[in-house]
Design a protein around this ligand. Structure first.
Ligand SMILES: Nc1ncnc2c1ncn2[C@@H]1O[C@H](COP(=O)(O)OP(=O)(O)OP(=O)(O)O)[C@@H](O)[C@H]1O
Length: 418
């Protein structure tokens, strides 16, 4: 993956509308990693990432840019909220958990890749096991003819939920869950389930056995350290100037002091082994409505030398966000309903109307950025979504207005619905 900064921006353009300077900054940061790796080792060690501070209101694409960048680079990614941490010695999460969770995310990423490589073999073995159990041919299993039949299989306790890592909570909960999984001794239990499910469970179990865990650990460690990207949201909330009121940490300065070594480069021991944060890229973000970046402690300011501002979004950007990204909201809804025999089509005027309503709601209620589009769209499509097999349905400006008029007329109603 040796994309030039311009190519990286072009990739990001497929998902994020506007916010050019932020895209450019992250593109350069990513390219710098590639540049560094081409230098002699002694020199490369000296060059630390120049971290980025994103300044902009909520819902304008800060997280999305960082997440997309990570995906593009195949880099392990972790999002944390600065406000979730508390000074060492007080109740709350300690900052070292950032590194442990990043390592865990990295390990899981590698594990999934390794599993994908052995998927074919794992499937064949799972089919064989089931065919032996049911005394039918593997072909019969594959045909799906026995999908609904019940079968009892022996499973590793943790293999029962092959998708737990995907579904479980936020990034942090996922890290925690995985960590627990790693610590618990494996138990074998007998479970009755439908053949179709058994196949999935056994596939996953075989894949787990086939992959080289040590390889996953080593590669996971390497990626966390060399490619890891940590997004620290709400940094502005811990950047208040020293408050006048007492209490343990009114200003958030303690959290900043704790974050500092992690950002500067430290070694944290994790389940996988020691992880150095020296080359991890940190992207901090905040609205900075009240506090200013200059309210951060000087050492931390120095560690985030690249400052980019993201602008708040207006009706025109909303219109583009609705339609242009590769998996835009309108495309998502269209595909979703198509699965149920309803083909919706939005007229350009309808799209504009939705964008304008969203913009107005942000202005009148609270500016939540592009997130507003989801609530408005949900309301517009409420009735259509409730039904199935409607065939072709055209969503016109008049329809949008009819759906939203009553809500918009009542400020109280708006607050709940939009
Ligand atoms: N410029 C944009 N282009 C496309 N989609 C956007 C844009 N801005 C926001 N979105 C969408 O809006 C949602 C919220 O955006 P995001 O998570 O990036 O907010 P944020 O700026 O990080 O705010 P917060 O700090 O509150 O998390 C995401 O689903 C994202 O895809």
């Amino acid at each position: 993956m040796n994309l030039t900064p311009a190519e990286i921006v072009r990739e990001l353009d497929k998902h994020i509308i506007g916010q050019e300077s932020a895209k450019k900054a992250v593109a350069v940061a990513l390219r710098n990693r590639y540049r560094r790796k081409r230098l002699p080792a002694a020199l490369a060690r000296e060059i630390v990432p120049r971290n980025i501070l994103m300044i902009g209101p909520t819902g304008v694409g800060k997280t999305e840019i960082a997440r997309r960048l990570a995906r593009l680079a195949g880099a392990p990614f972790l999002k944390v909220e600065a406000t979730k941490f508390t000074e060492v010695g007080y109740v709350g999460r300690d900052v070292d958990s950032i590194v442990r969770d990043l390592a865990e995310a990295s390990y899981q990423m590698v594990l999934q890749e390794l599993k994908a490589k052995v998927a074919e073999r794992a499937t064949a073995q799972a089919e064989e096991q089931l065919s032996a159990l049911l005394r039918v041919s593997a072909f019969d299993i594959r045909s799906g003819r026995f999908d609904d039949q019940l079968v009892e299989i022996e499973v590793d306790e943790e293999s029962q939920l092959p998708f737990m890592g995907v579904l479980g909570g936020g990034d942090q909960m996922q890290g925690l869950g995985n960590m627990l999984k790693g610590l618990l001794p494996q138990r074998r239990v007998r479970r009755r389930m439908r053949v179709k499910e058994a196949l999935e469970v056994l596939k996953n179990q075989e894949a787990e056995r086939l992959v080289d865990k040590e390889e996953a650990t080593q590669e996971g460690l390497r990626r966390a350290q060399e490619d890891g990207i940590v997004f620290i949201d709400e940094i502005d909330k811990v950047a208040r100037k020293q408050g006048s009121v007492g209490g343990p940490d009114v200003s958030g300065e303690g959290v900043q002091r704790d974050l500092l070594p992690v950002v500067e480069g430290t070694v944290v021991s994790t389940r996988l082994g020691p992880v150095s944060t020296e080359h991890v890229l940190f992207i901090a973000a905040g609205a900075f409505h009240v506090s200013k970046p200059s309210d951060l402690i000087p050492e931390l300011q120095g560690r985030f030398p690249i400052r980019v501002e993201l602008s708040s979004l207006g009706a025109e950007e909303f219109e583009r966000i609705l339609t242009e990204p590769e998996s835009s909201l309108l495309k998502q809804y269209t595909e979703l309903l198509k699965a149920d025999g309803t083909e919706i089509h939005f007229t350009p005027e309808a799209v504009r109307a939705i964008a304008q309503y969203a913009h107005a709601a942000n202005r009148d209620l609270e500016d939540i950025g592009a997130r507003r589009l989801s609530t408005v769209l949900e309301r517009v499509l409420e009735e259509v979504s409730f039904q199935t097999d409607l065939g072709k349905v055209e969503i016109t400006k008049e329809y949008v207005e009819a759906r939203l008029a009553s809500v918009v007329a009542s400020p109280d109603l708006s607050r709940y619905i939009l």
